[in-house]
Ligand binder design. Structure first.
Ligand code: CAA
Length: 297
């Protein structure tokens, strides 16, 4: 269907069934879009579907959604393993891991079949949209669409215009964000954009404070929650985001902004190297195996 000279977004493709891709798929389904969710790993797709079903069922049990709306939303998602399942999508949201070469490979593959009037976006939290768009033959249709975690709860989407992004693409994305019931802020295309330019150095500084013995994990988290009204302490938040993601974003900031203040903390690297990546692996700055998270240092 077309509207003016631009296509109306009806079908959204989400690439990557990790915590961000899963949340993005969920909010799109609930907002009435047909969703195609793909991942290289069949098991990740199954887990995503179960998580979405569980979260929607919880909303029904709290009278925040009707049974009928939940069923309608669940009927709007299809899952598949291959990227070519996104052929008919009007909007594609790439949400694979925070690694530039992996993302560029995905964009290059999409370029071989995606329709020239489809909008291709990345949920990258720090990597240059202009750089990613260079892997695709219609860079004016490429834009950054950075959702916040947990996606169903957080009201913000950061929108990043690449150098070549057209006004038409931006206008379609503004309508899409509004239909999702979210608010947007526009960021220029520089490392970390707005949110992570500010947030990640704060989380990294918490790691330095721990590394240097300024306070314990619990003291630092408690200090920031009770002292500055943050809903979560920096270590709780870093564990939720994923320590590998935090580390990758700090590397992008350090490389792109070239200042020692962006040097990732060696302790953060230790956790990443240990595979203690936060909630998703059951252990990060906290251990999540018991009834209550307990600090790991
Ligand atoms: N998925 C879906 N819903 C979730 C959820 C999740 N992962 N986590 C919490 N919720 C829901 C809860 O079910 C609850 O819903 P109801 O009101 O319907 O009961 C609601 O959110 C509030 O949750 P809780 O009462 O359990 O806990 P809370 O009040 O402490 O809120 C929180 C939890 C929303 C996560 C809050 O602690 C918070 O806002 N934390 C900060 C999150 C944040 O900063 N996110 C941005 C991270 S940066 C980012 O994402 C960018 C990046 O690139 C790294």
């Amino acid at each position: 269907m077309t509207k003016g000279n631009s296509k109306l977004i009806e079908t959204v493709g989400v690439i990557g069934a990790g915590q961000m891709g899963c949340g993005i798929a969920q909010v799109c389904m609930v907002a009435g879009f047909d969703v195609v969710l793909t991942d290289a790993n069949e098991k990740a797709l199954k887990v995503s579907r179960e998580l979405i079903e569980r979260d929607l069922a919880r909303q029904v049990s709290r009278n925040k959604m009707s049974d009928e709306s939940m069923d309608e939303a669940l009927n709007r998602i299809t899952t598949a393993v291959g990227l070519d399942s996104h052929k008919g999508c009007d909007l594609i949201i790439e949400a694979v891991c925070e690694n530039e070469s992996v993302k560029k490979d995905v964009f290059a593959e999409l370029d071989s079949f995606v329709s020239t009037d489809a909008i291709v976006t990345s949920n990258t939290s720090s990597i240059s949209i202009t750089g990613l768009a260079s892997s695709i033959s219609h860079p004016e249709r490429v834009i950054g669409l950075h959702f916040m975690n947990p996606v169903p709860v957080m009201p913000l989407i950061e929108v990043i215009r690449g150098l070549a992004t057209s006004d038409g693409t931006f206008a379609e994305i503004e309508r899409f964000v509004e239909k999702l019931g979210k608010s947007l802020v526009v960021s220029q295309d520089y490392p970390g954009f707005i949110v992570n330019r500010l947030l990640m150095p704060m989380l990294n500084e918490a790691c330095y404070a721990l590394y240097e013995g300024v306070g314990t994990i619990e003291a630092i988290d408690r200090g920031m929650k009770l002292g500055t009204n943050h809903p979560m302490g920096p270590f709780e938040l870093a564990d939720m985001i994923g320590l590998d993601t935090c580390y990758s974003i700090m590397q992008v900031l350090h490389k792109g902004l070239n200042g020692s203040k962006y040097q990732p903390c060696p302790l953060l690297l230790n956790y990443v190297e240990a595979g203690w990546l936060g909630r998703k692996t059951g252990r990060g700055f906290y251990d999540y195996s018991g009834e209550k998270p307990t600090p790991t240092r």
